[in-house]
Design a protein around this ligand. Structure first.
Ligand SMILES: Cc1ncc(COP(=O)(O)O)c(C=O)c1O
Length: 390
C-alpha cells in the first residue's frame, strides 16, 4: 500500500521518550518539567468557563465559515485590549493555531513552495509544513545576551524565489523573545517587496514578564503594508486548550486582503470546524481569560525566579535572557551532549527537553516549562542544579 509523501514523517521514538516510557512503566517518579498543559497545572478555573457551554442556542446549527459574528466581535475586543482597532470581518475562527497555519499554507502556497520559519522555535512547523506539502526554510534567531532576528538570513531565504510567507513567533517558544519594532518593519518591507505574507504567531503575547530589549511589538494585527496574519488562540491566552478555539486576524493592502478573506472563507467553509457551543461560549471564555492569565503569569514569574535563584554565582550553567512566554532555556556545559544531560536528569527523576527538539543549531541547551506547580518545579530545579553544579 502506498501512502502520501506528506505523511512520510519520522514517528520513531527517540532515546529520551523511550527512557521516559520505561521509567513510567516501572512506576518510578517523574518530575515533569516539560508540562505545558495549563489544565493539568493546578490553576483555578472560574465556573463561567463551564456554564458558558449551556447556552440553549447551541441546539441550532447555523454554519458561518468565518465564525459566529458575536464570537468574532469578542475577538475584536481582545485586539482593542492590545490597542488595535480591528473589524470582525478581518477575523476567521479556527479550531486551533495549528489549523490556522494549515488554512494559511493552503491559501498561500502551492506544493513545493517555501515558508520561512524561525530557528530555534516551535517544533511543530516541520509537520505543519509537510502536511501541506510546503518546504520549511529556517531563518536564524541569534543570542548575544538577548535574542535578535537575523534579517540577513531572512533576505537570503527569499533568494530561492519560492518563499510565500515568513512566519514569526512573538514571543517565541522557547526563547521568549518578542519581535521588535525595527525587526517587524524590516520583515514587513521584505514581505511586501517579495509578494509574500507575514504570519505572526502571537499565542503567548499576553505573557510578557521581563523588560523589553528594544521596542517590543505586542501584535502585528492591523498592519497594512504587507498581507499580514496575526494568530491568537484560547489555548494560551485563556489557558483553555481543550476548548479548541483560535483565530486569524487578517490585514493588508485592500485588494490583497479582500481576496485573501474570500479564499479563507472558502477554506473555512469546507471544514466548518469550530463547534457551535464553543463559538457561543467564546465571549465568556475571553472575559474569563483575564483571571486565568493573571494566575499563569504569576506562576511563570515565580518559577523563573526560582530557577534563577537555584544557580550559584559561579555555576557552569546559566539561564538565557527572555522577555516572556511559558519556557526557560538553560545553557549547560558541553561536557556531554544535550540528550545525555536529559537522560541523566531523567535517571534522577527530572524530565526536561533537549534544545535540539526546538532546532537549536548548537549544543547544549535544556528547555524547561515554567508552568508546573511550584513545589514540583522547585524540586526539579534543585536536582538540575545538584547535577550540573555539584
Ligand atoms: C508557538 C505556538 N503556537 C501555537 C501553539 C499551539 O496552539 P493551539 O493549541 O492553538 O494549536 C503552541 C503550543 O505550544 C505554540 O507553542
Amino acid at each position: 500500500m502506498d501512502f502520501s509523501r506528506r505523511t512520510r514523517l519520522d514517528l520513531s521514538a527517540n532515546a529520551l521518550s523511550r527512557a521516559l516510557e520505561a521509567r513510567r512503566a516501572r512506576g518510578e517518579e517523574v518530575l515533569d518539567l516539560t508540562a505545558s498543559n495549563p489544565t493539568a497545572c493546578g490553576f483555578e478555573y472560574p465556573k463561567e468557563v463551564l456554564s458558558a457551554l449551556a447556552d440553549p442556542r447551541a441546539l441550532a446549527y447555523r454554519p458561518s465559515p468565518q465564525g459566529d459574528l458575536e464570537a468574532r466581535r469578542a475577538v475584536m475586543l481582545e485586539y482593542a485590549r492590545l490597542g488595535v482597532e480591528i473589524a470582525p470581518e478581518q477575523i476567521v475562527l479556527t479550531a486551533s493555531t495549528s489549523e490556522a497555519y494549515a488554512f494559511l499554507f493552503k491559501l498561500l502556497c502551492d506544493p513545493g513552495d517555501e515558508v520561512m520559519v524561525p530557528r530555534p522555535s516551535y517544533p511543530l512547523f516541520d509537520h505543519l509544513c509537510a502536511l501541506e506539502q510546503v518546504a520549511p526554510r529556517a531563518y536564524a534567531l541569534r543570542y548575544d545576551g538577548a535574542w535578535h532576528l537575523d534579517l540577513a538570513s531572512v533576505r537570503a531565504g527569499f533568494a530561492s524565489g519560492r518563499a510565500r510567507a515568513v512566519v514569526a513567533v512573538s514571543p517565541n517558544n522557547p526563547t521568549g523573545s518578542f519581535l521588535k519594532r525595527d525587526e517587524t518593519a524590516e520583515l514587513t518591507d521584505l514581505c511586501a517587496a517579495h509578494g509574500a505574507a507575514l504570519v505572526c504567531d502571537e499565542v503567548f503575547a499576553d505573557y510578557a514578564w521581563e523588560d523589553a530589549v528594544g521596542e517590543r511589538v505586542t501584535t502585528v494585527a492591523g498592519s497594512v503594508e504587507a498581507l499580514t496574519f496575526a494568530l491568537g488562540g484560547l489555548s494560551k491566552s485563556a489557558a483553555l486548550p481543550q476548548m479548541k478555539v483560535a483565530w486569524i486576524c487578517a490585514s493588508g493592502p485592500p485588494r490583497a486582503l479582500r481576496e485573501a478573506l474570500d479564499r479563507l472563507d472558502l477554506i473555512a467553509d469546507t471544514f466548518l470546524s469550530v463547534s457551535t457551543p464553543a463559538q457561543l461560549a467564546l465571549p465568556a471564555w475571553l472575559r474569563a481569560g483575564g483571571a486565568l492569565r493573571a494566575q499563569v503569569l504569576a506562576r511563570v514569574r515565580q518559577n523563573r525566579a526560582r530557577l534563577l535563584a537555584a544557580r550559584p554565582a559561579s555555576a557552569p550553567w546559566d539561564v538565557l535572557h527572555a522577555e516572556g512566554g511559558w519556557y526557560a532555556v538553560v545553557r549547560v556545559p558541553q561536557t556531554r551532549g544535550e540528550e545525555a544531560w536529559a537522560l541523566e536528569l531523567l535517571s534522577r527523576g527530572v524530565y526536561v527537553h533537549p534544545g535540539y527538539f526546538f532546532d537549536f543549531p548548537t549544543e547544549a541547551y535544556l528547555i524547561v516549562s515554567l508552568l508546573p506547580e511550584p513545589a514540583l518545579f522547585a524540586e526539579g530545579v534543585a536536582r538540575i542544579a545538584a547535577l550540573i553544579s555539584p
